[in-house]
Design a protein. Structure first.
Length: 178
């Protein structure tokens, strides 16, 4: 959610899940759009398509100064950055960071701390990147992480969800409450 109340969201292809007896694969049906997009819902309720060239847009985060929108693409294992303009539009799409091939885990949930560092769940744990996209480190976990959230009164606890567990990591920099 941006400072002006706009809600930015992705619409990856989920459709409806179907499991056929005797079939080893789950099928996705009822795709409503021929693309997977990045959208903005303005405070007045108007929804605008901002980008439609993702493989599988997933997690989103906005920089503390509101100038950059980050969107990860689970299909290709990278995070894209967009300049975020005062009117809610985006521009200057670029690859912010390459996390890793999707075969080893998918980029998924993202959060930002107060210094603008980006935390992204992905292959092998939570990747920590500075505002320029330089890797600061990785919080390794015994399971594949999917999402994360800031918590506790000082916002220095990062809660990370995995398939069947939740981990709590105390950090030196507070997160941004959402």
């Amino acid at each position: 959610v941006a400072a002006d109340g706009s809600v930015y969201f992705s619409d990856p292809y989920w459709g409806h899940f179907f499991v056929d007896p005797g079939e080893p694969q789950v099928r996705l049906e009822d795709r409503e759009l021929p693309f997977q997009g990045l959208f903005r819902a303005a405070p007045d309720g108007n929804v605008t398509l901002l980008a439609d060239d993702f493989g599988f847009p997933n997690g989103l985060a906005i920089s503390p100064d509101g100038a950059t929108l980050y969107v990860d693409d689970s299909d290709v294992g990278h995070i894209r950055a967009f300049d975020l303009f005062a009117d809610g539009a985006v521009g200057n799409s670029r690859v912010f960071a390459e996390i890793g091939p999707p075969e080893t885990g998918h980029v998924d949930g993202m959060k930002i701390d107060r210094e603008g560092n980006l935390y992204c769940t992905g292959p092998g744990g939570v990747w920590v990147l500075d505002p320029s996209g330089t890797r600061l480190g990785r919080i390794r976990l015994p399971d594949s992480p999917s999402n994360l959230a800031w918590g506790e009164p000082d916002w220095r606890a990062l809660f990370v969800t995995c398939r069947d567990s939740v981990f709590r990591v105390r950090l030196g920099i507070p997160g941004i409450p959402v």
